[in-house]
Design a protein around this ligand. Structure first.
Ligand code: 5GP
Ligand code: SF4
Ligand code: MG
Length: 459
């Protein structure tokens, strides 16, 4: 998912619309905005793409100078309008808007507890839990929020909106990206990715820190910690696949990180070939790096139809396979009779790679050597990236040689975990694996995992 917020700007709703549009790659199932005019909160949300959910009238009706917004990519709780965020809660102490990127690992335990205490949930999403926890705490909102966050485990970037305050919270591992910026004279913006700042002309200030809680009101910004930081673990897949190439994640440009990974991949898994081809768009940055390092020409051997959404997000495997076919084609005169190194960012189910190898061979490629700019994904993600079962991961059940056979390549290699962290280039001082989560590659999960999460995801 993607979250975006604006505090103290007269065009709050409009800016949020553009911000969400820049974050559209993070989720296409639904979008919503909640604004505050200082007294009342206003909401509009719907299923589908940002541009289809909002009309000019909808934006005009979202009055106010503060705003939070969300694009949804369902991993927990399923689809449907009820789970589209931001949620808007009404209570005697005033309204509250809430949206969340990430996935909680103790959602079931907390729901059982909260229901036994009288809560009734309106949605099947795990994000709603925070609002129920908040209602049970004493003291001012910041104190209550810090208390509530101590109950929650997993990955989260939360934005909350009251009439005249915004609250921002990031999980103590910093699993999901979240950046702060400035706009206009006094406006503050917050977004999952910095590419959302660029489109609205906001200036990047800094990233939200693991375990940090921020309160913004008309007087300024207050920053506190709800937890002491342990094991900073930024999701590696943000660099590999999820984030846009023009975003900086914790100060590192995503395109640059992918390109460096391509370079290291060329060192780790060299091969004699005539051209390097990247799978558009996610494999292009790494392909450029591979080509430079290997001194083999980079070629556009494959083009993408821009008018089809990302394949991964569609619900069923059959749809996904259809999507892949419609989406990409080989450039026959470029690849014919060539030995091709084909670069992609990742292999999840193997669908994309298999199709690409087929396509290149049909177009006359002499050899196809597949190189992948992330390690084998052998373990599910419980933190909000959409591969949450072992069954869907080809590398969980197949060796590299077997995958090579399944996708029909002449050879196959993945970058190593060390190569990936080196390529991304974060400081080793940030902790284990340079402060990156690599759990889907090696099973070393930063958080505790409850049996029900592990079991539900084994089926
Ligand atoms: P596969 O086709 O092997 O199941 O998935 C890998 C392909 O899906 C890659 O080309 C990658 O760019 C794309 N993809 C789309 N969404 C995701 C995602 O959430 N995670 C990963 N790792 N790859 C994704
Ligand atoms: Fe990201 Fe993988 Fe960690 Fe999930 S398990 S947060 S996809 S690095
Ligand atoms: Mg791809």
């Amino acid at each position: 998912c993607g979250v975006f917020g604006v505090f103290n700007h007269e065009n709050a709703a409009e800016l949020t619309y553009y911000g969400l549009h820049a974050l559209q790659h993070r989720g296409q199932e639904g979008a919503g905005i909640v604004t505050s005019d200082g007294k009342m909160l206003h909401q509009h949300k719907g299923e589908g793409l940002v541009r289809n959910v909002f009309t000019q009238q909808d934006i005009d009706r979202l009055k106010g100078i503060h705003s939070i917004g969300h694009v949804r990519y369902s991993t927990a709780g399923g689809g449907g309008i009820m789970n589209v965020q931001p949620f808007l809660f009404r209570s005697q102490s005033g309204p509250l808007g809430l949206c969340h990127n990430g996935n909680l690992v103790n959602a079931n335990q907390l729901k059982v507890y909260l229901e036994s205490e009288g809560s009734i949930f309106q949605t099947t999403s795990d994000s709603e839990i925070l609002a129920h926890l908040l209602k049970r705490q004493r003291g001012d909102m910041l104190t209550a929020l810090k208390e509530s966050l101590l109950y929650i485990e997993g990955a989260f970037a939360f934005l909350l909106l009251k009439e005249n305050e915004m609250y921002i919270a990031l999980d103590k591992f910093g699993l999901r990206p979240l950046s702060l910026g400035r706009i206009g004279d006094n406006g503050i913006v917050v977004a999952s990715e910095t590419c959302a700042f660029d489109v609205i002309g906001a200036e990047y200030i800094r990233d939200v820190k693991p375990g940090e809680v921020i309160r913004i009101d008309l007087e300024g910004i207050t920053s506190e910690r709800y937890a002491t930081t342990c094991d900073q673990s930024m999701c590696s897949m943000e660099y590999v696949y999820f984030a846009r190439p023009d975003s900086d994640v914790e100060g590192i440009n995503v395109h640059q990180a992918r390109k460096n990974c391509g370079r290291i991949l060329a060192q780790e898994a060299p091969i004699e070939a005539d051209i390097v081809v990247g799978v558009p768009d996610s494999g292009l940055s790494a392909a450029i790096g591979y080509a430079e390092e290997a001194n083999i020409p980079f070629e556009i051997g494959m083009v993408k139809n821009k008018y089809i959404g990302r394949t991964f997000i569609q619900p069923s495997q059959t749809l996904r396979e259809q999507g892949v076919k419609m989406k990409l084609s080989a450039v026959r005169s470029i690849v014919k009779d060539k030995r091709v190194v084909l670069i992609d960012d990742s292999i999840v189910r193997g669908t994309t790679s298999r199709r690409m190898v087929d396509m290149l061979r049909e177009a006359g490629a002499k050899e196809v050597h597949v190189r992948i700019a992330s390690p084998e994904i052998k373990f599910p993600c419980f933190y909000g990236v959409d591969f949450s079962t072992y069954d869907e991961l080809i590398a969980a059940t197949h060796t590299t040689e077997q995958i090579c056979e399944v996708i029909g390549a002449d050879s196959l290699a993945f970058i190593s975990v060390d190569g990936l962290t080196k390529g991304v280039g974060r400081s080793p001082k940030l902790g284990k694996n340079c402060g990156q989560c690599v759990a889907c590659f090696n099973g070393d999960y930063p958080t505790y995992l409850y049996e029900d999460v592990k079991c539900a995801n084994k089926e």
